[in-house]
Ligand binder design. Structure first.
Ligand SMILES: [Zn+2]
Length: 414
């Protein structure tokens, strides 16, 4: 067997033939001189054969997967050809994308490794510096996502995330039906979300949105109501529960400040107990909480109100839920607990956006789940300095497009 053929088979190279090779022992590098299968000269758009106009003067190099400690480079001088349909074009390079500096299978390995591990670890396996990897990753993801359109968006969720060690915020838009991220934008204000609705979605797509879910932020609510004429907005149940928990905690903090040293002993460790959902409470927890009825009336009253409010989410009939929440609100208003009254005022303002939950059971739970994965990505990288790098990783792991699957099948062997 010819040694060039042997190398091609050994390295499992597809769509090309090896014409020569050279080891650079000191750098642990192997240079392979290659040419496209059957002499190439195919148009990269229509794959038809064209006449050669010019051969590039300098050879180009493509980095391929490392093997047994050797970094491998493919070398070739691409030619310009004349396609009957596309006129002057660079010939098709079967092992890599038109302007990429790495082969398809290197791209595939890079994408899959980065889904699984830190970029630092992936860079080490692939024998490249981490900064180079981030750069290559960005180029590859941008190229693959280029021209990708959001499709069939019916239920949209909007939430904010922090990056750069909690200093900066980004807005994330989710497709709640397919549980994936469709868009990421810098900032968390109205102008950010307006970019999504104005520049990313067409009017037709906006009219197709049936359900929308977000927290109680005015900018998100305003944007959804302005841009999506047919959408029913449901405020996210978890954000409402969180707001109520915060109100209860506010009452606890007030009492703590006013309490004497002795009284404080009784209030210790109460915080998480007050937050607990009734279904997760142990008998001991209930005993401590019920003891509050004698210990601290105000905290006890806040907790009872919070506990009662949980029932709202279990209602099946909208009219019954409506009656319940109205009663609950008037009881809560009479409680003389200022943080709770403030909470009541907020939900009264949004009542028409909370009640649709009963019929739809729509929540941002999907988004919360995805946020958890995003949090893992963030921690793994110990924070991202640029939103760009963070967005790349979000799209790679929980995006609406399966990015590694866009690499041609025959190059997907690692
Ligand atoms: Zn062509």
């Amino acid at each position: 067997m010819n040694i060039n053929k042997f190398i091609r088979i050994l390295l499992n190279l597809k769509g090309l033939s090896v014409t020569g090779f050279q080891f650079r022992i000191r750098d642990r590098e192997l240079d392979l001189w290659v040419k496209p299968y059957k002499n190439g000269c195919l148009c990269s758009h229509c794959k038809r054969r064209g006449r050669i106009i010019r051969t590039m003067d300098t050879p180009r190099a493509w980095r391929d997967l490392p093997v047994c400690g050797w970094s491998i480079f493919l070398w070739y001088c691409p030619r310009e050809i004349l396609c009957p349909t596309h006129s002057r074009v660079q010939e098709d390079i079967p092992w890599a994308d038109a302007y990429a500096r790495i082969t398809y299978r290197f791209e595939y390995a890079m994408l899959v490794y980065c889904q699984l591990m830190t970029q630092k670890a992936a860079a080490r396996i692939l024998h490249i510096p981490k900064s180079t990897l981030s750069d290559l990753l960005h180029r590859t993801i941008t190229r693959i996502r280029d021209g990708h359109r959001i499709r069939g968006l019916k239920s949209v969720g909007i939430d904010e995330i922090s990056y750069c060690r909690r200093h900066k915020y980004a807005t994330v838009v989710y497709d709640l039906d397919r549980s994936c991220v469709v868009w990421v934008g810098r900032g968390k204000g109205r102008e950010t979300i307006d970019i999504f609705f104005n520049e990313v979605l067409s009017d037709y797509q906006k009219s197709k949105i049936k359900w929308a879910c977000c927290d109680m932020s005015e900018s998100y609510i305003g944007a959804i109501e302005d841009h999506c004429p047919n959408a029913t907005l449901v405020l996210d149940r978890f954000h409402i529960a969180k707001a109520l928990n915060e109100a209860v905690d506010e009452v606890r903090k007030e009492q703590w400040r006013e309490a004497s040293l002795d009284e404080r002993k009784a209030l210790k460790g109460l915080r998480w107990l007050l937050f607990k959902h009734s279904s997760k409470r142990s008998k001991k927890d209930s005993r401590i909480l019920n003891a509050l009825s004698k210990g601290n009336r105000r905290i006890y009253r806040a907790w009872v109100l919070k506990d009662e409010f949980e029932q709202f989410w279990d209602y099946k009939a909208p009219w019954a839920a409506d009656r319940f929440i109205k009663r609950w609100m008037s009881t809560a208003l009479r409680s003389r607990l200022e943080p709770i009254r403030k909470f009541v005022k907020t939900i009264r303002k949004h009542i028409n956006r909370i009640l649709p939950f009963i019929g739809s059971r729509l929540t941002n739970a999907v988004a919360e789940g995805l946020n958890r994965i995003i949090g893992i990505i963030k921690n793994r990288a110990s924070g991202f300095r640029t939103l760009q790098a963070f967005t790349d990783m979000i799209f790679l792991t929980v995006g609406d497009l399966d990015i590694p699957a866009q690499i041609p099948v025959k190059f997907r062997a690692i």
